[in-house]
Design a protein around this ligand. Structure first.
Ligand SMILES: NC(=O)c1ccc[n+]([C@@H]2O[C@H](COP(=O)([O-])OP(=O)(O)OC[C@H]3O[C@@H](n4cnc5c(N)ncnc54)[C@H](O)[C@@H]3O)[C@@H](O)[C@H]2O)c1
Ligand SMILES: O=c1ccn([C@@H]2O[C@H](COP(=O)(O)OP(=O)(O)O[C@H]3O[C@H](CO)[C@@H](O)[C@H](O)[C@H]3O)[C@@H](O)[C@H]2O)c(=O)[nH]1
Length: 436
């Protein structure tokens, strides 16, 4: 099939590349000229494991190309995907200006039937709004489909190629048939395609993200209680996760959920509920708890140093909001850096992929180390904000040589408590005993 993808961010570029991989001809359109030139030159603008091989192969075989010219991008496309930002507006509700703006631009260019697919995360009723934009600007028939994306950064290619499920919201038989054919290669193992109406499809995405954010938040509260009552959250997590009804995944406590999706989507769903005069109490509690959870690690640091970190030197491992990505949107590490700098401390950071993005944001306010051990040089303590695999089993002898004090504040529970006792560390993690 001939496909256009509008927007080449984490979702658009993965979608475009993975659709090309099954034999479709895909043109990706973006308004950022620098980004498009980079991709035309064969360079990936983001770090996403496994994407490079598919990206280069499909470009080389002529199935994947890039343009800033919308007219050129959509001219031959049977299906046009929109993978555009839906950031929080001033009031926290999703800002639909990118989607509705692109819909207007597309509506003025089309000359034949198209399926317009919204892949962005949007409030209920957006498909109707997009359809209304087309109706206003063209007489050409279109079908507007809601097809939310559930990929996770860091494993986005796998998630797209073998999705747990595909959700397609449409009332059109024609669109349903085309979408079903397009997705057939991705569900060969038997994972379902759920066809539903547009509104249910749009709400499915918000409900999924909000449920997952609630699950994490629940565990963060359990972890906080564990610290008070002297229980171990890792034991509790295993104890409840082995019950199939609860499940093992997304039960890891930490320093609050971050990233470009959960914070904005929980907020947007709560705002959407308010607009419909529904008080979605649990989401308000989730947001409230998550705000507080972002400061648990710095609270521990401040308590240890009796409220005064002025002149202290901290090493911080991990900047990305989660491992295997360079994405720092709503990354808990940024809040930690902010709090430590505000207290007059010095911070030196290391992250395997996200250093460039942080440098662009914070410049020389902090130090950047070439590896995780350099970050420790002369540091009063180590803080851990992201669970990159390379941090899980470090060279403790090397650490000892460079760290000024054997003090670790771990926001991701990477190390075994007994090991830290044996090595003589003060070790403060989340929902577990403090050992020293
Ligand atoms: N990042 C994720 O893991 C993820 C997963 C599922 C769903 N989503 C949702 O998908 C949507 C996109 O998210 P993202 O993370 O890919 O965003 P992103 O910010 O990484 O990418 C958006 C891209 O759209 C481009 N763009 C903006 N206006 C444009 C226009 N008029 N024409 C062409 N290109 C334009 C931007 O330059 C950028 O490259 C959001 O609604 C998000 O909530 C994201
Ligand atoms: O047990 C856990 C799991 C995750 N997190 C945190 O939750 C956030 C989000 O993690 P994750 O869901 O893995 O990353 P995203 O790439 O943001 O993916 C989410 O958001 C996407 C955008 O909507 C959806 O497509 C995905 O299905 C959904 O998992 C991160 O800060 C994680 O550190 C925890 O604290 N504990």
């Amino acid at each position: 099939m001939k496909i256009a993808v509008i927007g080449t961010g984490y979702v658009g570029l993965v979608t475009g590349t993975c659709l090309a991989e099954t034999g479709n001809n895909v043109i990706c359109v973006d308004i950022v000229e620098e980004k498009v030139n980079k991709m035309k030159a064969g360079q990936l603008p983001i770090y996403e494991p496994g994407l490079d091989v598919l990206f280069h192969r499909n470009i080389a075989q002529g199935r994947l190309s890039f343009t800033t010219n919308l007219a050129e991008g959509i001219e031959d496309a049977q299906i046009i995907f929109m993978a555009l930002p839906t950031p929080p507006g001033g009031d926290g509700a999703a800002d639909l200006s990118y989607i509705l703006g692109a819909a207007k631009d597309i509506s003025k260019l089309i000359t034949e039937y198209k399926v317009i697919v919204n892949k962005s995360t949007v409030p209920v009723g957006t498909a109707d709004k997009v359809a209304a934009v087309f109706k206003e600007h063209t007489n050409i028939e279109v079908d507007v489909v809601s097809n939310p994306e559930f990929l996770r950064e860091g494993v986005a290619v796998d998630d797209f190629m073998k999705p747990d499920r595909v959700v397609i919201g449409t009332g059109s038989e024609k669109a349903k048939k085309l979408m079903g054919e397009l997705y057939a290669p991705y569900v060969r193992q038997g994972n379902p395609i759920y066809y539903m109406d547009e509104r249910s499809s749009e709400l499915t995405k918000y409900a999924a993200n909000s449920f997952l954010a609630t699950k994490i938040t629940f565990m963060n509260e359990v972890a906080n209680l564990c610290e008070i009552v002297g229980a171990d959250v890792d034991a509790v997590r295993k104890g409840i996760g082995s019950d199939d009804r609860i499940g093992k995944r997304f039960l890891f406590p930490g320093i609050g959920y971050g990233g470009s999706c959960f914070p904005k989507d929980v907020q947007a769903l709560e705002k959407a509920a308010v607009e419909h005069k529904y008080d979605f109490k649990i989401l308000k509690a989730v947001m409230d708890v998550n705000e507080k959870q972002k400061t648990v690690l710095t609270d521990k640091v401040l308590k240890y140093y009796k409220g005064d970190v002025k002149g202290k030197k901290f090493a911080l491992w991990g900047l990305a909001f989660k491992p295997e990505t360079d994405d720092i949107r709503e990354a808990p590490a940024l809040y930690i850096i902010n709090d430590l700098l505000a207290g007059g401390a010095e911070v030196t950071v290391f992250d395997p992929e996200a250093m460039g993005n942080v440098r662009a944001l914070l410049g020389d306010k902090i130090g950047y180390a070439k590896d995780q051990y350099e970050a420790l040089e002369g540091a009063d303590a180590l803080l851990i904000a992201t669970e990159w695999s390379v941090f899980r089993n470090p060279d403790f002898e090397k650490m000892e040589e460079v760290l000024k004090n054997k003090v670790v504040f771990d926001g991701r529970n990477l190390f075994d408590l007994q090991k830290m006792i044996d090595l003589g560390y003060y070790y403060n993690s989340i929902g577990r005993k403090i050992v020293s």
